[in-house]
Design a protein around this ligand. Structure first.
Ligand SMILES: NC(=O)c1ccc[n+]([C@@H]2O[C@H](COP(=O)([O-])OP(=O)(O)OC[C@H]3O[C@@H](n4cnc5c(N)ncnc54)[C@H](OP(=O)(O)O)[C@@H]3O)[C@@H](O)[C@H]2O)c1
Length: 298
């Protein structure tokens, strides 16, 4: 076991964040687990206690400044003003749908949580790390920050942004002794898919030009689910980036994600486009609805 650290994990009410928070707590770290759903935080605290770990619940919406100010005050109060050693920026969701149907508000919502929320949390918790001359920021990006799938353009755009921000932060903060790591997961079993399918529901109008594709979205989701890994592969990377003396700049997980990224790099774009359209079902025959139809909830 490494030295005990104070670690804040955002998006800890489910999926990757929940799994990582539990593992970090059982490894002896003091974990602040953050999220909007209070009952989910309570059950996490109880589960950690049963496993002999300590988790402090933090009701937090990363898109609200007042919520971040309150969370920071609570963390400083609990740690005698010392703050945290490691910030895991994990909170995020995927707004899935045909890009031309996604409204400006929906696109901004994606960036508010996945990008501006991550930056606001980073700014809020940096000062104490800098004062100590050490600290770690771990951003959960996605393989979707390196390649783009159809119907996931809005979400992947946020993860491209997380790539750029993480790369710049890594060099800007290195002189202060603060390491920045980026985790790039492929498909992982969590609540992410269910939430994305809920969002997709609103585009599933029978008169939408994309109706044929969206009708088989659940089938496509099941195909992705069959290849998905468990959250432990991401947790292992988070543990490594938190505890190792020399954390990596990037963690691509699970290992099979490397092959997918390699295929995108080596094969001609035209081939990969054809493959993606085939998998998603974006063929002329499946886009046969009247072209003049309203795009949203037809
Ligand atoms: N699952 C995958 O296949 C996959 C692949 C690549 C990357 N990722 C990334 O992994 C991260 C975690 O996702 P997951 O797969 O574990 O999905 P998940 O089970 O849906 O968890 C998402 C977490 O984010 C939190 N969250 C969402 N909006 C928030 C907000 N405004 N303020 C605070 N917390 C918020 C949710 O908590 P509350 O709703 O309680 O606030 C929840 O705890 C995300 O950044 C996602 O993009 C996932």
């Amino acid at each position: 076991m490494s030295q005990q650290q104070v670690i804040l994990v955002t998006g800890a009410t489910s999926g990757i964040g929940r799994h990582a928070a539990l593992e970090l707590a059982t490894r002896g770290h003091l974990v602040f687990a953050a999220g909007r759903r209070e009952p989910a935080l309570r059950s996490l605290v109880e589960e950690a206690a049963r496993a002999g770990g300590r988790i402090e619940p933090l009701v937090l919406d990363v898109t609200r400044e007042d919520s971040i100010v309150e969370a920071r005050a609570h963390v400083l109060g609990t740690t005698d003003g010392r703050g945290i050693d490691v910030l895991v920026n994990n909170a995020g969701y995927g707004h899935v749908g045909p890009l031309e149907s996604i409204t400006d508000d929906e696109l901004r919502g994606q960036f508010d949580t996945n990008v501006f929320g991550l930056m606001a949390m980073t700014r809020a918790f940096l000062p104490e790390m800098r004062a100590r001359g050490r600290g770690r920021i771990i951003n959960v990006g996605s393989m979707g920050g390196r390649v783009t799938f159809p119907l996931m353009g809005a979400y992947h755009a946020t993860k491209y942004a997380v790539e750029a921000l993480s790369d710049a932060l890594r060099n800007e903060l290195a002189p202060f002794g603060i390491h920045v790591s980026l985790i790039e997961p492929g498909a992982i079993h969590t609540e992410f898919g269910d939430r994305a399918m809920d969002v997709l529901e609103r585009y599933r109008a029978s008169r939408s030009p994309y109706a044929g594709v969206l009708a088989r979205a659940e089938e496509v989701r099941q195909q992705f689910d069959r290849t998905a890994a468990g959250p432990e592969v991401v947790t292992n990377a988070i543990v490594h980036a938190s505890e190792r003396r020399r954390p990596r700049a990037r963690y691509v997980v699970p290992f099979s994600t490397h092959f997918a990224l390699l295929a995108f790099r080596l094969l001609p774009t035209r081939w990969m486009d054809g493959l993606l359209r085939m998998v998603i079902g974006l063929r002329w025959g499946s886009l046969s609805a009247p072209r003049s139809a309203p795009l949203l909830n037809g």
